[in-house]
Design a protein. Structure first.
Length: 755
């Protein structure tokens, strides 16, 4: 009987919906939409509520589109079919407050991974909403459709499947924040979070990422009929024309840039379908071509921001997920060059030390050709420094995250059961905002370090990539056991290698460091195994003796290129015959080792001691005064002021690299825990700002910034318990005597701080 009633309800709703969609009304005129305009729709610190209403059967088809039922295993699975996401259905669409202006749109599922179980009615999928699909006067058009919605033709709602909507929304907006003269130089991309209801049921919070289409171009006043080509990059030299000119099937820039990575050597391009391409240009031709056809500032800004967010699925890192817009430069008076636009930020926030210049699996053609060209490499570094010390600084990114950390957004994301966060409810959202802030603090510091070490400070004493005459006359290889390897290298086309059958020292010629105040060392290394010690040793020469500095085999990693950096401030090495030496004992464990891009430079002026600073706040964002903040390894200390602010001065080059980078700053205060418990540093040579911590009182058992009845409830539940009891909670043992009683309650009562 229950199933019969369900079927009857669905049938009644379906008939009603079909009646509406088939009969419609007489509304054929275009709607004049009130504020907000298209830019206001993407205001990141607001949370719009969007609504879809459709035949329940259509929604079921959409949410399960691309999934087939496996009778044997009783699960849904996704078949390997590129056309599975083509199904689209009609739906009423409106934003809260616009009930009088509901419009009919087309809806389909996007190819993101669904979140949740396929049998769950709250199954969260990504959606594409086509606003004007049914607008027009021809057969099949709907009088309830509209030509646009607040100046937009399409919406793309991303479910946050790879990371989460908070991180993805932040990454999208970094491209918006990088639109100034330091970065793109033009309005690039917008995105916000929205709450979505389907047939009256909340499906959660989505990232509303701006679509790249003709309307996107028109909204920016850059579209010109018969002189505009918008392409989407989706693979190695593969791109589709999204907006074009019927008279000219390809843009002049596509015709001109007829070599990799702009053309796929295997499959060709829209202009070269058989794969016939031009030969790879040398740097001189490349620079001339790129500067003629491409806005290089914008291209490198996109590469820099994607590298900052550690996106492995972007143009430079994966030949993917970018749009470019070409103009007809053959027209007299047209001076605008190819504009690049970012896309897809759902694979971001990978490792803190993600390489700015080279992906983990090796260089892509984009990285090798563009970043391997010295003028563009230097421009990339300049853009990266300008962005990270300007619009994308720690302070500005933290301010943006604070701006979108509103009570409304926290409540909505916290209530979304498919938000991909670790913690429950609003607590999980607060925790995630803190994690994102800390990640960007650490990532910006690491990225600036990479640029600083890529452009050695001071006077260069040695810079060798081993691409010229063997050892470039800079090295003394007495046993001739180190070889120039043209098959394995970090960058360029060669490295110095000691193979598994050879041992020996590899020592650079004397370097005059007599007037140095600091010496910077940097090189890339790789080993083929992760066993044994003493297989590759690094020495520094002080004019009298060689001192072993580090056993490189104790450092992490194998079969991957790692970067070693060090700052020498010990005056014994400020000698006219200073040198570095590598000792390979590879034959012992049959390993091979490689060294590449060795750089040694010196400062001859007294370096300035860097300052590490930040704020320490409680879970509700209030400052914590009186926290002791201390640096080890010769660093200073400070105590937070009434604003929770601290500054710690450390020596130039501060780290303990010979002991595997163990230098740390640690906050402490009685009855408080801190997240992170400490931050580790290596080779600090510039100020580090916004290195913040979250402090939580041990009596704040729910970690919300207050000590009140919520915490008391947890404490009471553990009353009179000890280890082994079912209600034992060690967090409530404030007296640390393995028994929860009046002594613990006395401490809790003294800390009482109700909301």
């Amino acid at each position: 009987m229950k199933h019969l009633l369900t079927i009857m309800v669905v049938a009644i709703v379906a008939i009603a919906m079909l009646t509406v969609f088939c009969t419609g009304s007489a509304k054929a005129e275009e709607i004049t939409w009130p504020e907000p305009n298209w830019q206001g729709i993407f205001e990141p610190n607001q949370l719009l509520t969007l609504n879809l209403e459709m035949d329940p059967c259509d929604w079921n088809d959409i949410r399960l589109n691309g999934m087939l039922w496996d009778d044997v295993n009783e699960i849904y699975y996704t078949p390997d079919d590129p056309n599975i996401y083509e199904l689209e259905v009609p739906a009423w669409f409106w934003m809260d407050g616009e009930d009088a202006n509901k419009i009919v749109v087309a809806v389909r599922q996007k190819s993101c991974d669904p979140l949740g179980d396929a049998n769950d009615r709250y199954f969260k999928i990504s959606l594409k909403i086509d606003i004007n699909q049914y607008y027009g006067t021809g057969p099949g058009d709907d009088p309830n459709a509209a030509t646009d919605w607040h100046g937009l033709k399409k919406l793309s709602l991303e479910n946050g499947d790879d990371v989460d909507v908070l991180a993805e929304c932040a990454a999208v907006n970094l491209h918006r924040m990088g639109a100034g003269s330091e970065g793109y130089g033009y309005d690039n991309w917008c995105g916000s979070m929205v709450k979505l209801y389907v047939n009256g049921v909340c499906k959660g919070v989505y990232v509303n990422a701006e679509q790249h289409d003709k309307q996107f171009l028109r909204n920016r006043d850059i579209y010109i009929s018969h002189n505009s080509w918008l392409y989407k990059y989706w693979g190695e030299g593969d791109y589709d024309l999204k907006v074009g000119d019927d008279d000219y099937p390809v843009s002049p820039a596509v015709e001109a840039l007829c070599y990799e990575p702009f053309v796929n050597i295997k499959t060709g391009s829209p202009l070269y379908p058989t794969g016939g391409i031009c030969p790879e240009p040398n740097d001189t031709i490349l620079v001339a071509d790129m500067n003629e056809w491409v806005n290089m500032q914008a291209l490198l800004a996109m590469a820099s921001i994607n590298a900052l967010v550690a996106n492995p699925d972007a143009l430079f890192s994966h030949y993917n997920n970018a749009y470019f817009f070409d103009f007809n430069l053959y027209d007299i008076g047209e001076t605008r060059k190819r504009m690049y636009f970012a896309w897809d930020q759902d694979s971001i926030m990978n490792s803190i030390d993600w390489n700015l210049y080279r992906r983990g699996g090796g260089e892509t053609m984009w990285q090798r050709l563009i970043l391997g060209c010295q003028p563009f490499h230097m421009q990339f570094n300049q853009i990266t420094k300008a962005l990270l010390t300007g619009p994308l600084s720690e302070v500005n990114i933290h301010a943006f995250l604070d701006d979108i950390n509103t009570p409304e957004i926290r409540a909505a994301v916290g209530a979304d059961q498919f938000n991909n966060l670790d913690g429950p409810g609003e607590f999980g959202v607060i925790e995630r905002f803190g994690q994102i802030e800390q990640w960007y603090s650490d990532r910006i510091a690491n990225s600036l370090d990479q640029v600083l070490w890529d452009e050695p400070p001071g006077t260069i004493l040695l810079w060798d990539g081993f691409e010229q005459t063997a050892w470039d006359a800079d090295w003394n290889d007495i046993a001739h056991n180190w070889l120039e390897d043209n098959t394995t290298y970090y960058r360029g086309y060669a490295s110095a290698a000691a193979n598994k059958d050879n041992d020996g020292y590899f020592t650079c010629d004397p370097l005059d460091a007599s007037d140095a105040t600091a010496i910077h060392i940097g090189f890339w290394f790789m080993k083929d195994k992760d066993v044994g010690t003493g297989d590759l040793l690094l020495y520094y020469y002080n004019g009298t003796s060689y001192n072993q500095i580090v056993d490189i085999y104790t450092l992490n990693g194998k079969n991957e290129w790692l970067h070693y950096t060090d700052v020498i401030t010990d005056s014994q090495y400020f000698d006219p015959n200073f040198s570095i030496s590598f000792e390979a004992v590879a034959s012992y464990n049959k390993e091979e080792v490689w060294i590449d891009d060795v750089v040694v430079s010196k400062l001859i002026t007294t370096p300035v001691s860097p300052v590490i600073s930040g704020y320490i706040l409680d879970p509700k964002g209030a400052p914590i005064e009186g926290v002791s903040v201390s640096a080890n390894d010769g660093g200073g200390s400070d105590t937070t002021d009434p604003n929770g602010y601290y500054e710690v001065i450390v020596p130039y080059g501060w780290s303990n690299s010979a002991q595997n980078w163990s230098s740390t700053i640690t906050p402490t205060k009685t009855d408080y825990t801190f997240d992170p418990a400490q931050i580790t540093y290596s080779n600090v040579i510039v100020d580090r700002e916004a290195h913040d911590y979250k402090g939580t009182s041990i009596y704040d058992l729910v970690a919300d910034g207050y000590i009140n009845f919520k915490d008391l409830e947890i404490f009471v539940a553990s009353w009179l318990s000890g280890p082994g009891d079912g209600n034992w909670n060690p967090a409530c043992d404030f007296y640390a005597d393995l028994h929860i009683d009046f002594k613990d309650f006395a401490k809790f009562a003294l800390a009482w701080q109700p909301q």
